[in-house]
Write a protein that binds this ligand. Sequence first.
Ligand SMILES: O=P(O)(O)OC[C@H]1O[C@H](OP(=O)(O)OP(=O)(O)O)[C@H](O)[C@@H]1O
Ligand code: HPA
Ligand SMILES: [Mg+2]
Length: 172
Amino acid sequence: MPNLKVLLSREQIQKRVAEIGAEISAEFQGQPVVLIGVLKGAAIFLSDLARNIALDATFDFIAVSSYGSEKQTSGEVKLNKDVDNSMEGKNVILVEDILDTGLTMSYLMKVFGAHHPKALKIAALLDKTERRKMPIRADYVGFEIPDKFVVGYGMDAAERYRNLPDICVVEE
Ligand SMILES: O=P(O)(O)OC[C@H]1O[C@H](OP(=O)(O)OP(=O)(O)O)[C@H](O)[C@@H]1O
Ligand code: HPA
Ligand SMILES: [Mg+2]
């Protein structure tokens, strides 16, 4: 059984998510926004973030895969589910649990750039900057974390631990 050590507590996460929500609300000043959650990892962050945004916010979801059941990215991003509507002229916020190599997000920036949105922003709860392979930065970042594999608050190891309320490091 792997050992799980808390890296970010539920209290730290909730406080930071509220701050990011306030930042987004202030930046878009009464305009509508579309939150696009990247399944499955971002589902929990999106649901907490949305409740901290005091704007007319709609949701959509996209599913991509590159990790499969592995801890290493395959290097190839596959689109498994697209958004339901065009994002043309919309204020789009891509919501991610974690930016790691940046491969997933640079792929998504290309996909959504082609929609010609009014604004295109990235909100990432975690940022593992040390591992970056693509030149990509989030507009809203919750926490910078070291190069450790983390689980909880939506994030998994072979699909397990997504429901943990804290973010933990897996120690084998
Ligand atoms: O910056 P990268 O190296 O591309 O890694 C980040 C992506 O990897 C994870 O998703 P994953 O593909 O494992 O699917 P999941 O969200 O369903 O867990 C995570 O949720 C991000 O979407
Ligand atoms: O540290 C991580 N944990 C879970 N999923 C991930 N996808 C990229 N990095 C991670
Ligand atoms: Mg994901």
